[in-house]
Design a binder for this molecule. Structure first.
Ligand SMILES: NC(=O)CC[C@H](N)C(=O)O
Length: 375
């Protein structure tokens, strides 16, 4: 394991000195903490982390290595990776390379050997902010200047940097492709996690993935039974072309939004979004279903959220009433919504898990039921 020096500096001047992990150089991004105890490969390959650097709160990461199958997208999009300790001795029958080598191979700059508890409580108390990891420049004033010169996440369209370039059909290599395909689903790829596609395939759907800039008429020409709006990075307000697409879909096709897809659906319905103080990233977020009062433990990864209606759980929209269906029990933020008059619903959390608990898998069946009803 490298014992090369590395430094992490936050925009407000807090400094963490540690050792290099993965590639060398300099990386700038919004620093967010993730409370999952495992699933680091899925986290590293989740495109929603574009523009961000992830600090894992669990102190030992990398102990089961990296394998060929647990990818959640085609590559690593995040800006940096931060851990207390990266295991130099990965041990698992599926492991092919170590976390350190994986980060090196993919050019991701990381830091280890810092007090991640102090870093996490600092972000929790002072709010999310930009940071820089460097293995080359150790001058604090110069590093802060570099952070100040970087644009930050708000207002910039990161979806265009992660979406696929062409339409493709999702094929699960492990599954029998001859099994009957019940419904045809188009997924708008704003940075989609593969497990959303796997779950739709598991539910018996054929799955076509389209780039986020695909005009809605092209989607209608594919004649799907329903459309999924995927997760993705950055500020939902910076993706107006997706809002235009959703306007075209609403009332014409069943729509299911996940995370960024949920925020985009909310904006289209006339609700607003805002930035949380430090976001929700992890696999232990309690969410209540307001209709059944059942609590799900959910996987989450978001820094923006949908603003609650000023009164109650209902709001008028140009598409009829919108109902807030789920709330986060930690901070009461909006976690799900549903349209009353048209087939459309969405959740802020991740029913596909990966990593995280599977309590919310039923939402894929709920979408299937909606498509069945509308057919
Ligand atoms: N996982 C996601 O889709 C994230 C949505 C959005 N980028 C946010 O941070 O809130």
């Amino acid at each position: 394991m490298d014992k090369k020096k590395a430094i992490l500096v936050l925009a407000d001047g807090i400094v963490f000195k540690g050792f290099s992990l993965g590639a060398s150089g300099e990386a700038i991004g919004e620093v967010v903490f993730n409370t999952s105890t495992m699933g680091y490969q899925e986290i590293l390959t989740d495109p929603s982390y574009k523009g961000q650097m992830v600090v894992m709160t669990y102190p030992l990461i990398g102990n089961y290595g990296i394998n060929q199958k647990d990818y959640e997208s085609r590559k690593l999009f995040l800006e940096g990776f931060i851990t207390k300790e990266c295991s130099p001795f990965p041990s698992n029958w599926r492991s092919q390379i170590s976390l350190d080598d994986f980060l090196k191979k993919n050019g991701v700059i990381g830091i280890q050997g810092i007090d991640t508890r102090r870093l996490t409580t600092h972000i929790r108390d002072c709010g999310v902010q930009q940071g820089i990891i460097s293995t080359t420049d150790f001058d604090i004033a110069s590093l802060i200047q570099k952070i100040q010169a970087s644009p930050g996440l708000a207002g910039s369209d990161l979806v265009k940097t992660v979406t696929c370039s062409d339409v493709y059909e999702w094929q699960d290599v492990d599954k029998d492709l001859k099994e009957s395909k019940r419904y045809k689903v188009v997924v708008y790829d704003c940075g989609v996690k593969y497990n959303i596609l796997r779950k739709l395939r598991d539910a018996g759907c054929s799955v076509l993935v389209v780039p986020a800039h695909t005009p809605v008429q092209t989607v209608f020409d594919m004649n799907p039974d329903g459309v999924v709006l995927s997760n993705g990075p950055g500020d939902p307000e910076a993706v107006p072309y997706m809002i235009e697409n959703i306007k075209g879909l609403l009332g014409k096709k069943p729509v299911f939004g996940i995370c960024l897809g949920h925020q985009l659906l909310a904006l289209t319905l006339g609700l607003k979004t805002y930035k949380l103080k430090f976001g929700h990233h992890g696999g232990n977020q309690p969410v209540i279903d307001l209709a059944t009062k059942k609590v799900e433990i959910t996987a989450q990864n978001h820094n923006f959220a949908v603003t609650s209606p000023s009164q109650g759980t209902r709001q008028k929209s140009p598409y009829g009433d919108v109902e807030i269906t789920h709330l986060n029990l930690n901070d009461k933020s909006v976690e799900g919504l549903r349209c009353h008059s048209i087939p459309a619903f969405s959740v802020q959390y991740h029913p596909e898990a990966s990593p995280g608990p599977h309590d919310a898998t039923y939402l894929f069946e709920q979408f299937i039921e909606m498509m069945k009803h509308e057919r």
